[in-house]
Design a binder for this molecule. Structure first.
Ligand code: GNR
Length: 173
């Protein structure tokens, strides 16, 4: 296993549509293990492969609370089949947009279908934080970040902050 570097805004790879995974092989199992290690180390509750520069449709999550046993979930080629009409507003953050948090409104419940690490097709209903995290991670496979749901004013403020940080770090190196 290896911890990988997490890409930060405005990295263009975060804005790319990721490619489907054709076969769950040893390389994919290794990628999933690296993603989990990187997520736990960050720490975060989810991670999408493009966040470590792998433009493939795989996400990892663990919604276990502190003190609870680990509960890793790996979703390959995930698709949301159903969204509830009911919505909830949750404060979201993203490891690729560090130290920024905003409220986002999303469907409260979803049905998701994905391939697991054994290559088995799984369909499951999700609600609460799990439903929010799945939607947040799946968006990132299509180059969508949670700040895209904010007002233009708020989103531009975030983008400018990270563009400036990138300029300064380039100047320094
Ligand atoms: O760690 C994370 N917390 C979080 C909180 C609310 C909604 C979504 C998330 S996911 C985020 C980790 C991350 O960057 N995932 O892409």
């Amino acid at each position: 296993m290896a911890k990988r570097e997490i890409l930060v805004l405005p990295d263009a790879r975060l804005r790319t549509v990721a490619d489907p995974i054709e076969k769950v092989d040893e390389a994919i199992r290794q990628l999933a293990a690296d993603m989990l290690e990187t997520m736990y180390d960050a720490p975060g509750i989810g991670l999408a492969a493009p966040q470590i520069g792998e433009l493939r449709r795989i996400v990892v999550m663990d919604l276990a609370k502190e003190g609870e046993p680990k509960a890793p979930v790996v979703m390959i080629n995930p698709e949301i089949l159903r969204y509830s009409d009911e919505t909830v507003t949750t404060e979201e953050g993203c490891l690729s947009i560090p130290e920024i948090y905003y409220d986002v409104e999303r469907p409260a419940e979803i049905t998701v279908r994905y391939t697991d690490l054994d290559g088995k097709l799984v369909e499951t209903d999700a609600k609460d934080r799990f439903a929010i995290c799945i939607q947040h991670e799946l968006d990132q496979l299509d180059g969508v970040l949670y700040i895209d749901y904010l007002s233009r004013l708020k989103r531009d403020r975030v983008l400018k902050k990270f563009q400036k940080a990138e300029r300064l770090s380039k100047k320094a190196s």
